[in-house]
Design a protein around this ligand. Structure first.
Ligand code: SF4
Length: 253
């Protein structure tokens, strides 16, 4: 079984954090991601943003190569479920909507493509809420498993734009490579410094390199036990799962 991993796109996935007033030209960023061949994007907001705002932004994607658009935003009591369903029906590239800080935990679907719209009680108050390493996020699909053999399972070919419009490997990282107003994404993604974290596979990471689940688990390089050590283990590793055979296994939160 071949575990090679290839992808023709220079950037395969992106996270765009937005707030009101929007601090950068989101549509320009979406166009640049389209030109880079990026297929998967996630737009996150920690505030209540209504579907009209998302619909306006996504009007820039109707001719794009995106095949998966995820939306994460705070539950807004004055926005009806039908409004979110209509957003999905109007923008079939949307593959999921998560409404956090919701009083009810439930899931509905859109009418046309049955896109999941999840209402979750957890509050996602900032980029720091990302980076959870947990068995719930394990995947055994060949594509991500093959990728994890060679590259970082979260950051490979990812680009992130933080709330202020700074271009990073992901919005949680501290290092900025410039602002979207002053430099294009294409100028940044080929920089070796930007690509450095792409190549940190689990085989090199402290603790992870000895874990038998390392290729099905995700990684996060934004929150490290020792931020000065690029290969340090994740900072939230506090428990070690003891496998049935008695050996220590995957670190979990
Ligand atoms: S590196 Fe960590 S914080 Fe950044 S996107 Fe991945 S999981 Fe989230």
């Amino acid at each position: 079984m071949s575990l090679q991993w290839h992808n023709p796109s220079c950037i395969t996935n992106a996270i765009l954090d937005i707030r009101l007033p929007v601090a950068y030209d989101v549509k320009k960023v979406l166009c640049q991601l389209d030109e880079l061949g990026c297929r998967k994007i996630e737009i996150r907001s920690y505030e209540c943003l209504n579907p009209i705002i998302f619909s306006d932004l996504l009007n820039a994607t109707t001719e794009s190569v995106f095949n998966s658009i995820g939306i994460v935003t705070r539950f807004a009591p004055d926005v009806s479920e039908q409004a979110w369903q209509q957003l999905c029906d109007h923008h079939p590239r949307i593959t999921s909507i998560i409404l956090h800080d919701s009083p009810d935990s439930k899931e509905i679907t859109s009418n046309m493509l049955l896109t999941p719209i999840k209402f979750v009680g957890m509050q996602i108050s900032g980029a720091h809420c990302c980076g959870v390493i947990h068995p719930d996020y394990f995947t055994s699909l060949m594509e991500p498993v093959s990728e994890a053999h060679h590259y970082n399972s979260c950051l490979n070919r990812k680009i992130g734009i933080d709330l202020e419009g700074n271009i990073k490997n992901c919005p949680s990282m501290t290092q900025s490579f410039g602002h979207v107003s002053n430099i294009t994404l294409a100028e940044i993604v080929h920089q070796l410094d930007f690509q450095r974290v792409w190549h940190i596979a689990k085989d090199e990471v402290d603790i992870c390199r000895d874990c038998e689940f390392r290729y099905v688990c995700t990684d996060c390089r934004a929150y490290l036990e020792n931020p000065k050590m690029i290969l340090a283990s994740h900072s939230n590793v506090v428990t070690t799962l003891i496998l049935e055979n008695g050996k220590s296994g995957v670190p979990i939160l």
